[in-house]
Design a protein around this ligand. Structure first.
Ligand SMILES: [Zn+2]
Length: 380
């Protein structure tokens, strides 16, 4: 049996007046997802348990069948794995955004989507200044990693994307004074480079993670196709194939054909593939309803369509489609409610739904309360 999970990041949403009180997913033309719904089983799943924040890191880890309560140490630890950065024993990695703050207000949590080359100049200057007390590693655009001695299991750091146009809120609880002092010390260095970034923002720390491999945990070989480090890092930590797809951008202009080609290449030698598409989440963060509808329609046409064709040619296959969490355009950030899921393919009987949407999914008889229980349904 082959297993295909197609994940539309942040795809679910709330009803929107301008769409006739439908969600973007219900409003969008999604003939392929609807065909899977008619042929298979539709329901809802709670992807993130309290007290975890409904972030992509925790949610995707759960959907891959790992309980974050056993395995999660922080987003930065996962992204470090994708970047090939080792976190030594006794050290912590922080996610390090380059941001633009003015009058104590978070003007841009991306430093206006700073170019990677400009960001690298800032991080060079920081590495020279801190001289080994903190080590900065260049990721992409505004997303970087800082590694430093110590552990910060109790620190509370606000994700910078939750502060857009709001007064900045510094870290609190265990070790907060140390981290705040680093951010303050970095300020003059960042501004001296003259890129438009004014500050570093340190958040979501983690220590080194040791996960059982996907093969040990589930008895399956597999791979992950994604544009973003937080999902690629999960694949790396799980010992899966994680190809770099040229032109995979994490936005509407991503290379869908390249992503699907990478997925089928993985399926030639492995049992399982996880195809992650970031664009719906980005559109939710922008609050752009039209773009979110387009992102969902593109996902349906360019990923779910080919997945259905694969199922037709290889009937010994199951396909599961879901988001990791909702990113409602109305609030421009993540929310925690259960998300719709559709599972179709070999041995999966219809449960009467004819469409894949939030409203249809909550009315069916299928509700999984954890994503790892859902994963067991996929591979049972
Ligand atoms: Zn997400």
């Amino acid at each position: 049996m082959k297993y295909i999970v197609c994940l539309g990041d942040g795809m679910s949403d709330w009803p929107i007046e301008g769409l006739g009180n439908q969600t973007p997913l219900a409003y969008a033309k999604t003939p392929n997802m609807d065909a899977l719904a008619a042929q298979g089983r539709v329901g809802v799943v709670d992807t993130v348990e309290a007290p975890f924040y409904p972030g992509s890191d925790v949610a995707n880890m759960g959907i891959l069948g790992y309980d974050p309560a056993e395995s999660y140490t922080g987003r930065a630890a996962i992204e470090s794995a994708a970047m090939g950065v080792d976190i030594p024993n006794g050290y912590s990695a922080f996610r390090c955004n380059l941001v633009t703050i003015s009058n104590e207000t978070m003007v841009s949590f991306t430093a206006h989507h700073i170019e990677t080359a400009a960001a690298a100049r800032v991080l060079d200057a920081l590495n020279q200044h801190f001289d080994g007390r903190v080590q900065f590693y260049v990721g992409a655009s505004y997303r970087h990693i800082a590694v430093m001695p110590g552990a910060y299991p109790d620190i509370v750091c606000t994700p910078p994307h939750d502060l857009t146009d709001k007064p900045v809120v510094g870290p609190s609880e265990g070790g907060a004074a140390v981290i705040q002092a680093l951010m303050t010390e970095a300020q003059a260095v960042v501004q001296s480079v003259g890129t438009g970034a004014t500050d570093i923002w340190l958040w979501s720390p983690g220590t080194a993670v040791n996960l059982p491999t996907f093969h040990v945990k589930h008895g399956l070989t597999g791979g992950v196709v994604s544009a973003v480090d937080v999902v690629k890092g999960l694949g790396c930590l799980m010992g899966m194939h994680v190809p770099d797809v040229p032109g995979a951008t994490g936005f509407l202009d991503t290379n869908y054909a390249g992503k699907w080609a990478a997925a089928t290449a993985i399926l030639e030698t492995s049992d399982f593939v996880y195809v992650h598409v970031e664009a719906p989440d980005e559109c939710g963060h922008l609050g752009d309803v039209d773009k979110k509808v387009q992102a969902i329609e593109d996902f349906d046409a360019h990923i779910i369509g080919p997945a259905r064709a694969y199922l037709k040619a290889n009937p010994d296959t199951r396909i599961m489609v879901l988001p990791d969490h909702a990113t409602p355009c109305a609030i421009k950030t993540h929310s925690r409610e259960a998300v719709p899921v559709v599972l179709a393919g070999l041995g999966i009987a219809s449960n009467g739904a004819t469409k894949y949407s939030e409203a249809v999914a909550v009315q069916t008889d299928w509700h999984e309360t954890t994503p790892w229980a859902l994963f067991k349904q996929l591979i049972c």
